[in-house]
Design a protein around this ligand. Structure first.
Ligand code: ADP
Ligand code: MG
Length: 330
């Protein structure tokens, strides 16, 4: 009897141990699944935010269905009492080459500086590649290329070194850099001269190098501030050809400022004529000409809407700046 009851006690002990084991396994399983649930519950959110992060460069005006690559809303910039850009409302469709024309001092560079986030607007705002220049300047910068009015390439470096500097500046992967640089040099017809110091380049070659620098990270929107000022006709045409090819192949939107009417006629799908910081006229080159008459040229359009000749307007500072750029481009 004693023996039997001993066995029964041992059995019930084993039973209890088994139950304890099973229940602790259940608990562990529950904890694991709870933890998994936690992870899964968070995962969609993380995956979502990661997806939107990585998709942000793609979420341009093209992808989001937003029709305009550049849209300005009452964009204004004052310098003291003087209003350089006055309540600008522009709508620039994706994939277009848009020309901002106007005499010296009309506000072209100031507009570009605001759109590239280098200068804050006094009031109003704009969106570039779908991002607000005031709310999301870092995003804007990631999606644009910019060739400033004044020369930006470093004469003491080779073409290749200038491009490598840009590649690092744009945060391009080490593995991508050399391939993209070779591609950009070839595209701009500079493969041979890539090893030479930039101070030995002609003005046209420097401008093409600067275009190569600005296109390296494949921007959605490109800003070019008087890209051919001071260039001879051959060099000018070489820059135009490269620019047209680039725009055709990449479907980039290009905003170009110029007071060269041939350039505007040759390159631009649409134009705005700026006069004293305000838009005096906007439209396709042929439509603007047609407004003035059957034989009107773009020079006539410009003179009509900018209230005088191409040389008028602007301060000593503007003229000095333009001349300095022109002489450096030689
Ligand atoms: N940093 C500045 N400080 C003061 N005035 C400026 C500054 N930048 C531009 N301006 C003035 O704003 C006006 C527009 O200049 P800008 O945008 O450079 O004209 P554009 O590029 O059409 O020649 C000009 O009268 C110019 O003198
Ligand atoms: Mg300017």
């Amino acid at each position: 009897m004693r023996f039997r009851s001993q066995i029964a006690r041992q059995r019930s002990l084993a039973h209890e141990t088994l139950i304890a084991l099973v229940s602790s396994l259940c608990c562990a399983a529950m904890l694991v699944s709870l933890a998994r649930y936690e992870i899964l519950a968070k995962a969609p959110h993380r995956a979502y935010s990661r997806a939107t992060d990585s998709m942000e460069p793609m979420e341009t005006t093209l992808q989001t269905g937003e029709a305009y690559a550049i849209k300005t809303d009452e964009l204004t910039r004052k310098f003291g009492e003087m209003t350089a850009v006055d309540a600008l409302n522009l709508r620039i469709s994706s994939g277009k080459i848009f020309g901002l024309l106007g005499p010296n001092g009309a506000g072209k560079s100031t507009t570009i500086k605001m759109l590239t986030t280098l200068l804050e607007p006094t009031s109003g705002t704009a969106s570039v590649a779908g991002f607000d220049i005031v709310e999301a300047p870092a995003q804007v910068r990631r999606h644009i290329g910019y060739v400033p009015q004044l020369l930006s390439a470093d004469g003491g470096l080779t073409g290749f070194e200038n491009l490598m500097l840009s590649a690092k500046l744009y945060g391009m992967n080490r593995s991508e850099r050399k391939g993209r640089i070779a591609e950009a040099l070839e595209f701009m017809g500079l493969t041979e001269s890539g090893k030479r110091l930039v101070k030995t380049y002609s003005g046209g070659m420097i401008r093409r190098l600067e275009l190569a620098q600005a296109m390296l990270h494949r921007p959605t929107v490109m800003f070019l501030d008087e890209p051919t000022i001071g260039l001879d006709p051959v060099a000018r045409h070489a820059v135009w050809d490269r620019l047209k090819d680039l725009q055709r192949e990449s479907q980039m939107t290009v905003l170009i400022t110029t007071h060269d009417m041939d350039e505007a006629d040759e390159l631009c799908d649409e134009l705005a004529i700026l006069h004293q910081g305000k838009v005096a006229a906007v439209g396709e080159p042929d439509a603007l000409k047609a407004k003035l008459g059957p034989d009107a040229t773009l020079d006539d359009v410009f003179a009509h809407f900018s209230g005088g000749s191409i040389q008028e307007g602007g301060s000593y500072r503007d003229v000095r700046q333009a001349r300095r750029t022109a002489s450096r481009l030689g």
